[in-house]
Design a protein around this ligand. Structure first.
Ligand SMILES: Cc1cc2nc3c(=O)[nH]c(=O)nc-3n(C[C@H](O)[C@H](O)[C@H](O)COP(=O)(O)OP(=O)(O)OC[C@H]3O[C@@H](n4cnc5c(N)ncnc54)[C@H](O)[C@@H]3O)c2cc1C
Length: 381
């Protein structure tokens, strides 16, 4: 279906990112998949080309354009270029972490951090999840106890995207007993004594993305690194999670579309019983169903992005977009893999990597079950 969602500037931005990805990521992508991490230099290169911090005011070196469609155009090209593992670090930096800095930093903090976030010299991460608390965010146990002009931070986090590469980690900490009003956000910086990175975790997919454990032992964090007000952390996270969820939905739907396009090409080429796979009625129906489902979901998701831009996207609608698009991604990629036969099971084929990469989108950023809980709450249940 023809999309009228982007204007010429968004399309040009997306194309420019695609050219960047083809040059700076694609040639080394499989090596980085083996290495389990994408080099920090990719962020610097992306920053030089204007692909980081598009919303950051120009005075701090950013693009100064408050329009999530630029993020969406970039995120879609990550999928179409087939570099999901490496691209995730960039999209997390732009879509998920940056909003916290833009909304909650003081002028002094903005001066300290925003230029590096835009240049790619300061890579960001957000650390909520702990070994004992994932879906139950309010159950975190990492503590930050006030000690003069510092907080002393103790605890641990797990599954943190950009965990090895990150320089600035937005860290959810407990500053009080109350489950919701006793939570705050602190920026922990690379090099702080007692801030250690654990393992770069071995995952079933997204291999070129570093996902790590973090541990904190008496880390002395200046009060000047508090993001917003003490005790407001839970509300800050609740306020920013809808954009993270839309970002995940955008990536998921783009992955589904990219896999559909690869599969459409494949079935027109591959032959069995003296004809192409694409000539079988089953193949035609499967691909017809897939593109219909993708186009229908795209209309809803684009509307979510418009509402996000207008500051009107509710948590329930973001949750709908997240669970629907990620579950659709799983169904689409599974059916596309089937149409590849045995080749679909070989990791040298993009559909096989897409299959493994996709599984996590139904879990992180709030699982499908948690999304349905958010939606049912909006129904008064
Ligand atoms: C690759 C990867 C990257 C990640 N990146 C980050 C990151 O950058 N930062 C970060 O903070 N976290 C990150 N996470 C963590 C992720 O957000 C959590 O894994 C997720 O929120 C689920 O938490 P959990 O793993 O503890 O599962 P659990 O909370 O233990 O859930 C287990 C199962 O129980 C279900 N469940 C839980 N509660 C309910 C309920 N009330 N009703 C019904 N079902 C329920 C869940 O849906 C799930 O199916 C990442 C995870 C992965 C795998």
């Amino acid at each position: 279906m023809q999309r009228k969602h982007f204007d010429a500037d968004h399309l040009a931005f997306g194309e420019a990112f695609r050219a960047f990805a083809d040059k700076a990521i694609v040639p080394s992508y499989l090596d980085w998949e083996k290495a389990g991490i994408t080099p920090r230099e990719v962020f610097i290169e992306a920053g030089k080309s204007g692909f980081l911090g598009m919303q950051v005011p120009e005075v701090y070196g950013g693009g100064g354009v408050d329009d999530f469609r630029f993020n969406q155009a970039l995120d879609e090209q990550v999928a179409l270029a087939g570099v999901t593992g490496s691209g995730l670090g960039i999209t997390l930096h732009n879509d998920t972490c940056l909003p916290y800095f833009l909304s909650f930093c003081t002028d002094e903090q903005k001066q300290r951090w925003l230029p590096g976030i835009v240049s790619g010299e300061l890579i960001t991460a957000v650390a909520m999840t702990e070994p004992g608390a994932g879906s139950d965010l309010a159950g975190i146990r990492t503590t930050a106890k006030r000690d003069g002009d510092d907080y002393l931070v103790n605890g641990s986090k797990t599954f943190i995207t950009n965990g090895i590469n990150a320089d600035l980690v937005i860290t959810a900490v407990r500053t009080g007993e109350d489950r919701h009003h006793g939570m705050s956000l602190l920026i922990l910086e690379r090099g702080m004594a007692g801030f250690d990175r654990g393992r770069n975790l071995d995952k079933i997919g997204l291999h070129s993305q570093d996902t790590a454990e973090l541990s904190f032992t008496d880390v002395r964090v200046p009060v000047a690194n508090l993001l917003g007000e003490e005790g407001h952390g839970f509300q800050q996270l609740t306020q920013k999670l809808p954009q993270e969820r839309v970002s995940i939905a955008v990536g998921a739907l783009a992955e589904a579309r990219a896999t559909f396009e690869n599969t459409l090409r494949y079935v027109q080429d591959r032959k069995a019983f003296g004809t192409t796979i694409g000539s079988f009625q089953n193949t035609k129906f499967v691909l017809a169903e897939i593109i219909t489902e993708i186009d229908v979901a795209q209309a809803f998701l684009d509307q979510c992005v418009n509402l996000l831009n207008a500051g009107e996207l509710g948590v329930a609608d973001a949750a709908k977009a997240k669970w629907w698009c990620t579950e659709l991604q799983g169904r689409v990629i599974d059916r596309c893999l089937q149409l590849h036969g045995g080749y679909g099971y070989m990791t040298e084929y993009p559909v096989a990597r897409a299959y493994a990469d996709a599984r996590v989108t139904r879990i992180y950023g709030g699982s499908t079950e948690i999304m349905k809980g958010v939606i049912s709450k909006s129904l008064g249940l």
